[in-house]
Ligand binder design. Structure first.
Ligand code: MSP
Length: 666
């Protein structure tokens, strides 16, 4: 497919709305696909923008005493800022007030009139002001009964209007939808549309009399009317290609049919019925895919809206966790197509799990261990065959998933690779190899781990446009290198042979520092402070009763100094994550660790385990800490807790638990 053109669109957003994670989601997903297509070497056109006409915009402008266009010019900045904050790489931000778009809409209207597909008639019906659509009596009653709307949201309107002969195309579009599995995705949405098309389709009212609503594109053949906002808005996708129905210029065909038109499930009918029949009427090909994704809902399961006060503000998330955290959360948290329940808590948990613990940790281990033991340069060599096959499979899975618009599967493939990388380090134990003086094996291990980081960073470029390039720089490469690597990877070559031998590595600070507590502005706003992650769970509420005597058995239990539960409850055991680990400056047997317990600051703990462990090997491990052992000084260094270890045959191991720092052990 390399070299092919790739055209991708998002819905154009209502200018009057407040940007929130729903809008950010569609736009980010489109951006990931656009960035990947560019890496694949395709010519990309990525269109997003704002929907600026219609009743609500006019009303809002009037309330502010502004001319509607001046009102739009002010509000559009908010949407452009959202794109910028999310690092959206669109090629054009289209506004339905743009001159070329107005010209296209008018020319399309004229062409359809000339073709006999538009006619004027009397209209009588209920108008649902909030969504700017006419609805049937039944629909109106249902919305009111469900509490989605009140009587005052509807107006009974009787007026002359212009209509598009949509019903004429009903059978044709139903047939196409039945025949082309990929036209509307996912499959359940296609079935929904086919179900809808089993009812007779009305013609579409495509005008509004200026006497009632003047903020829109004037019908070129009847100046008393403006175009219905949806009919105008949908055409943005063609304007974005350079299309004009009366122009002989065919350059727009380079981009059309669009490869992917991403929408939310709320606008499925307008796209899979209105839009597709408009295209049929114009004799223009249908897009390859219209993909309707699910909704992000907040805690109670309601769709986000400003009036419900449950809007998740993307700015707060970016401020608190960074742009890449938001983008990777979008992809990893839900399957593309499914609904997602947003919670700040799961956001924080995912940040720490995916980015701090997995990806950040792998990179940090790779860079610091190589620097320490291998002179800080990757060497050349043959990769471990098992790891190589995982890496090759990652590329194939990732690419296939991207092609199929399965964004989560693509992201999961990379994070699985990262997991395999961390496991490889644990199994190969380069610290032990180093201690045993097996330098060649240390070098080979570290080389493989660095290569995994390079491959992961390359495949993460579309998802993490902030940090993936920085990963590459730390690995002694750059985004330009990665661009050259992708074609080789796609040919099935060099999956673990990317890095430039001898390039200088930069260890630096952790790329994704662990965030133990909910960032204050979010905690304050949503009153989440009561339960930040990393907080010790409630003390166990085991009743304070006499323990039963040890079970009678043939073999007696060893004689223990039995304690009661209340004695055990005096010991506060907590999970801690080892952040740093160094030899004690004045004691041969001690290591000095800093351990994160989800408290205001990490603790310093001295542990008598230096004979058993290389300091680096402990970094990132989640250990069990006696947290209420009175602090004391050990040879001039404070020790604020004790780490639990197990001894078997003279070898020590630390108790390791896969739970977040601060979790209580009971
Ligand atoms: N202006 C129309 C679209 C015209 S396209 C020719 C419109 N605008 S909108 O501002 O309401 O944006 C709707 C789109 O925003 C949805 O289709 C979806 O892409 C995104 N989302 C808005 N809220 C959402 C969620 N709560 N969850 C996920 N995405 C949703 O409709």
């Amino acid at each position: 497919m390399a070299g092919d053109a790739f055209y991708i669109t998002t819905p154009i957003y209502y200018l009057n709305g407040t940007p929130h994670i729903g809008h950010a989601y569609t736009t980010t997903v489109a951006d990931v696909l656009a960035r990947w297509a560019r890496l694949e070497g395709r010519q990309v056109r990525f269109l997003t923008g704002t929907d600026e006409h219609g009743q609500k915009v006019l009303q809002a402008a009037e309330e502010r005493g502004l001319d509607p266009k001046a009102h739009c010019d002010e509000l559009v900045v908010v949407w452009k800022n959202m794109m910028e904050r999310l690092s959206i790489s669109h090629d054009r931000f289209i506004r339905t007030t743009d001159d070329d778009h107005v010209a296209v809409v008018q020319a399309v209207l004229q062409a359809l009139l000339d073709k006999g597909d538009l006619y004027r008639d009397e209209y009588r019906g209920w108008y649902f002001v909030r969504d700017e659509v006419f609805v049937s009596e039944k629909d109106r009653a249902e919305r009111i009964a469900k509490g989605d709307a009140t009587e005052s949201d509807f107006r009974l309107i009787e007026e002359p209007n212009w209509f598009f002969r949509m019903s004429k195309y009903q059978d044709h579009i139903a047939e196409l939808l039945r025949g082309e599995a990929g036209l509307v995705l996912p499959e359940n949405r296609r079935n929904e549309v086919l179900g809808f098309l089993r009812q007779p389709l009305d013609d579409l009212c495509i005008s509004r009399p200026k006497s009632r609503m003047s903020w829109g594109i004037e019908l070129p053949f009847d100046r008393d009317f403006v175009c219905y906002v949806w009919f105008d808005a949908l055409l943005n996708y063609l304007t974005g290609t350079g299309y004009h129905p009366a122009s002989p210029d065919t350059a727009w065909r380079r981009w059309w049919p669009a490869n992917a038109q991403l929408i939310g499930k709320d606008i499925l009918t307008t796209h899979s019925v209105y839009w597709t029949t408009m295209l049929l009427a114009l004799g223009v090909a249908l897009p390859e895919h219209i993909f309707a994704h699910g909704w992000w809902v907040s805690g109670e399961g309601a769709k986000m809206s400003k009036s419900k006060g449950n809007v998740i503000d993307v700015d707060l998330l970016i401020d608190g966790f960074g742009l890449d955290a938001v983008r990777s959360f979008f992809l990893r948290e839900i399957r593309f197509g499914a609904d997602g329940q947003f919670s700040y808590q799961s956001f924080l948990t995912r940040y720490n799990a995916d980015l701090a613990n997995d990806l950040g940790n792998l990179l940090h281990r790779a860079l610091s261990m190589t620097t320490r033991w291998c002179g800080g340069v990757p060497t050349r060599g043959s990769p471990d065959p098992g790891l190589l096959s995982i890496a090759q499979k990652t590329v194939t899975t990732y690419r296939g998933a991207m092609d199929a618009l399965q964004l989560k599967e693509a992201a999961d493939a990379v994070f699985d690779l990262v997991g395999a990388g961390n496991k490889y380090v644990d199994v190969r134990a380069p610290w032990a190899l180093n201690k045993a003086g097996r330098a060649a094996e240390v070098a080979a291990t570290m080389r493989d781990v660095l290569e995994i980081c390079a491959l992961a960073a390359t495949l993460l470029l579309p998802i993490l446009p902030g940090k993936a390039p920085e990963m590459l720089v730390r690995l002694g490469a750059s985004e330009d290198h990665a661009k050259r690597w992708v074609p080789m990877l796609l040919r099935g070559e060099r999956a673990l042979d990317l890095l430039v031998p001898g390039a200088t590595l930069t260890v630096g600070d952790p790329l994704f520092p662990r965030i133990a507590e909910m960032p204050a502005p979010i905690a304050a706003l949503y009153d989440l402070s009561a339960a930040p992650p990393g907080t010790a769970l409630e003390e166990s509420t085991v009743p304070n009763e006499t323990p039963p005597a040890p079970a009678k058995a043939d073999t007696p239990l060893p004689d223990m100094s039995w304690i009661e539960i209340k004695d055990f409850q005096k010991v506060a055991l907590r999970i801690g994550k080892v952040l740093t680990c160094e030899p004690h400056p004045n004691a041969d047997k001690l290591l000095v660790l800093t351990v994160e317990l989800g408290e205001a600051r990490p603790r310093t703990i001295c542990a008598g385990i230096r004979q058993a462990f290389q300091p680096e090997s402990l970094i990132g491990r989640n250990v069990v800490v006696v947290a209420n052992l009175a602090p004391r000084m050990l040879r001039g260094v404070p020790s604020e807790g004790m780490i639990l270890a197990a001894e078997a045959d003279g070898a020590l191991d630390l108790l390791t638990v896969n739970a977040p720092p601060g979790s209580a052990v009971s």
